[in-house]
Each structure stands twice: as C-alpha cells, then as structure tokens.
Design a protein around this ligand. Sequence first.
Ligand code: NAD
Length: 350
Amino acid sequence: MRFEHETLPQRVRFASGSAAEALREEVARLGASRLMVIAAAAEAGLAERITGGLPVALIHSEVVMHVPVAVADRARAAAGAHGVDAIVSVGGGSTTGLAKAIALTSGVPIIAVPTTYAGSEATDVWGLTDGARKTTGVDRRVLPRTVVYDATLTLSLPVDLSVASGLNALAHCVDSLWAPRADPIDAALAAEGIRALAAGLPRIADDPTGLPGREETLIGAYVSAVAFASAGSGLHHKICHVLGGMGLPHAPTHAVVLPYVLALNAPAAPAAADRIARAFGSETALAGLQALRRRLDAPRALRDYGFDEAGIPAAVEAILPVVPDTNPAEVTARDLHRLLHDAWEGADPR
Ligand code: NAD
C-alpha cells in the first residue's frame, strides 16, 4: 500500500447555541480588529445575532451562487478600501465562496460560520464563474482558519434545501472513494460521513426544528468535506461542475446526479461500493442511496432545475475531457449522454 495524505490545518469549534461566544474567542485569537462580515441579505439576521460586540468594519451582503468574477471584484475592493484584517462569513457555500475569493487575492484570514451542509468551509478549493464558465483552483490561503459550527443557525434552513444540501455532502463522501487522490483515510471519513448523513437527514425531515438531526448532519457535512478536500474531484464533481457553470443550482444538481454516477461506477469499484453499502446498512450501495432519497423525497430530475435537454451535447463535450484517469469505470461520450439524459428526466439509474 502506498499513498500520501495531507490533513489540512484548521480549527473547528462545534458550538450549538453559542456561536457568538466562540466567534469572540476566535477573533481575539487571530488578533483581528477590523472585521468584514459577509452574509447574504437572507442570512443578515443570523449574522447580526452572532457578531454583535465584534469589531466590525464592514458588512457585505452581495452574495451570488458560484461567485461571479464581478461580484468577487467588488467584494475585494470593499475589503481593501476598509482595511479589513479578517473575514467572518455567515452563510452557505456561496457566502464561504465569496470569502475565499477575497482571501485568494489578499491572504486575509477567514472564520467561517456555515449555515448549510455544503462543506466548503473545510476545503482549500475556491471557485469563480465568468459567464457560463466555472473555474476552480486549490490554494491554501482560502482555507478558513477556523470553522464555527452552531447547529441552531441551520434550524431555519427549509427541509427541501436541507435535503439537497445534505445530499451534496453525501456526494463528497461517495466521490471521495474513487477521486484521483482517494486513500484509506478519506475512505474512513467518507464512510462515517455517509453514516452520519443517512442518520441525520431523516431526523431533519421528521423534525426540522430539532437539534440532534441538525448536529449529526453538520458533523457528516464536515467529515465529508475533509475527505473531499483530500481526495479531490471525482467523476461526480466533474459533471456537476460543468452543470453549475451552465447555471444549475449547486446542491439540487448534486442531489439529482449522484445515483447515476454511483450506478455507473459501482460495478467497476466493488470495494468502494461495499463500503458505501455498509455505511448505509444496506445490501447494495445504490439501494442504500435510493432508499434514503425516497425517504427524503429528494430532488429527482435536472429538468426541474432549469436544465434543458438540448444542453446535453454541450455538457457531454465539456465533461468528457475532464473525466479523471482514475475513474473506476471507463466513461464514453455515449455513457455521459445516457447518464445526463436519465438525470434530466429523472429515470431510474441504470
Ligand atoms: P447557498 O450558499 O447558495 O445557499 C442556498 C440558499 O440557502 C440561499 O438562498 C441562502 O440564502 C439560503 N440559506 C443558507 N443558509 C440558510 C439558513 N440557515 N436558513 C435559511 N436559508 C438559508 O448554497 P450552498 O449549497 O450552501 O452552496 C453552494 C455553493 O458552494 C456553490 O457555489 C458551490 O460551488 C460552493 N461549494 C464549494 C465547495 C468548495 O469546496 N469550494 C464545496 C461545496 C460547495
């Protein structure tokens, strides 16, 4: 056995109900005195609740999914003009993504307070979009120094968004089992992520205002993102990356596409499939995923999220050259066409 594994340096505080206190301590720890608080208008109330009393120099609310370059440039200029020395991001992956865009060019440290299960806070991956093209890269400067998880901040996330976001986290786990740098440490994290998400998400669906399901899902989201950060992007992420650039919403796209990628890869990756099945406590990996999806009434078809059937050939053309060499199954243009067509209409995965 040979592998190289890098564990990213990051502080993580789990602070259900006490993010404000944890934030105060983490800001003091960084010695920051001019904070930029980034929160979308919808999360302004949450941000206000936990940043009172902090040395805030700037509140920034222009947050757009997939971080358009113009939005990043305006945020960078605002950060520079106010001389900020740390960023506190309060929100989902789009908000964390904007903080990362600023950190990428300025090196200003980030304290991330996630309010979805996207997991961006645990990775050193940044993303920007320019027109219909999404560019991603890896840079240690964008890795938040500290993550403060407070499950009470996710109580307001509606069940459908929670489900889509949680399945995005689950996709990090599944893809981490066959991504280019996948290793046994990632596999252990991924298996625990699947277990935690499969346990937490149904609890959220049954009791959206209960804390235990939210906490378990946050833990699952974190470990899944740690696995993903180490393993890199596998076939599933390459496909969703292209679809995201075409304007599809991130979390529901991941939620829809995952069973099709699993159905394609599982026969060629029996050890990974077995691991996924065991984590679900199910006979096969796909059966476990599909049972969870049915239980959660998960997003089913890309056509429900703005994907046009006529866009399939262009998507296939963009995905084919970026299919990782390490993908367990051989992938042809025909396979991708069939996969996207099935995902477009919500057919049973083959
Ligand atoms: P998002 O951040 O766009 O949030 C989705 C919606 O949920 C928004 O309308 C937001 O206002 C709302 N919301 C967020 N928290 C809420 C709460 N607690 N209560 C009520 N509403 C709330 O979506 P996302 O799925 O979290 O993130 C998607 C973005 O993150 C994409 O751009 C994706 O590329 C990026 N991402 C990056 C990485 C990485 O490693 N770089 C990993 C995962 C996702």
